[in-house]
Design a protein around this ligand. Structure first.
Ligand code: SF4
Length: 281
């Protein structure tokens, strides 16, 4: 059976989601910060983590967003084949939702309309939209305001098929460690393994939507996530790169089958402000 979803509902949902994501950090990330305050042994790092927590609490009141970099608007869609959008084109509804959220929510407009001529679009448009078709009649919208201090520290590598698990762990962990304090650690790291060049990067960003309090269902990758996390956390980077025991809050891996001749690997760096919000219509 077809399900009709109105253009206006999508627009309003996207507006609400971007404001929510910019002001209210998800419970799983907040819990990790709480845990980190208890684990941290360095007095200065502990104090920084307490200030980070205080910042979230102030942001939740709805006047100041979590960070001044309210990000480029990234949207992940899962559209059921039985969904019909009534009243307009879905991407227009999303763009209008983003424009309204950044306007009404007093969020910084950080997008330049052309990557080289660099004039601000003054609307935070356009968003980056990823669309996946699915079976069924639901529309899932996930939004991610992505700050570029963190985005700039992300990397992709076409590894050889003979690369070992350790090679991948080193590529990700060493890369994140080399970023030091550049992108507001403690970090959250999304990793994409497999697919093609660009698909691995897509997976690494999508992995940042995964809850930090849920283990990878595949024990092989759960172990890899643990090992990358352990390595980053023994680096001593600490909160804001000023030293300490907690440098990373979580590592999440997504995988996809790949070609016999290759092994694409990407990681998407996110700071402690790992902002995202989702709805199912
Ligand atoms: S890296 Fe994150 S916390 Fe730091 S300025 Fe960018 S968005 Fe804000």
């Amino acid at each position: 059976m077809r399900k009709i979803i109105k253009f206006s509902l999508i627009k309003e949902s996207v507006e609400k989601l971007f404001i929510e994501a910019n002001y209210i950090l998800s419970r799983d990330v907040r819990d990790k910060i709480d845990e980190s305050i208890n684990i941290e042994t360095d007095a200065r790092a502990k104090e920084i983590l307490r200030i980070i927590k205080q910042n979230y609490e102030i942001a939740e009141e709805g006047i100041y967003p979590i960070c001044q970099d309210t990000g480029m608007a990234v949207v992940f869609l899962e559209i059921g084949a039985d969904v019909e959008i009534e009243g307009g084109f879905i991407n227009d509804a999303i763009a209008e939702g983003v424009r309204r959220a950044y306007d009404k929510g007093y969020l910084r407009k950080s997008v330049v309309a052309d990557p080289l001529r660099r004039e601000n679009s003054n609307t935070n448009l356009p968003p980056v939209i990823y669309t996946e078709m699915a079976k069924g009649d639901r529309l899932k919208i996930s939004v991610m305001p992505k700050g570029f201090g963190a985005e700039n520290q992300s990397k992709q590598k076409m590894m050889t098929p003979t690369s070992s698990t350790d090679d991948i762990i080193e590529f990700v962990a060493n890369g994140v460690i080399a970023s030091g304090g550049k992108a507001c650690p403690p970090s959250v790291v999304g990793v994409g393994i497999g697919g093609t060049f660009e698909y691995s990067a897509y997976l690494s960003k999508k992995a940042l939507l995964l809850p930090l309090n849920v283990k990878n269902p595949d024990p092989y990758y759960a172990e890899m996530e643990r090992e990358i996390l352990r390595k980053i956390n023994t680096s001593g980077i600490g909160s804001q790169g000023l030293g300490g025991a907690v440098s990373c809050l979580g590592v999440k891996i997504l995988t996809y089958p790949t070609h016999i001749a290759g092994l694409p690997v990407a990681y998407n760096y996110c700071c402690h402000a790992c902002r995202h919000s989702s709805i199912e219509l």
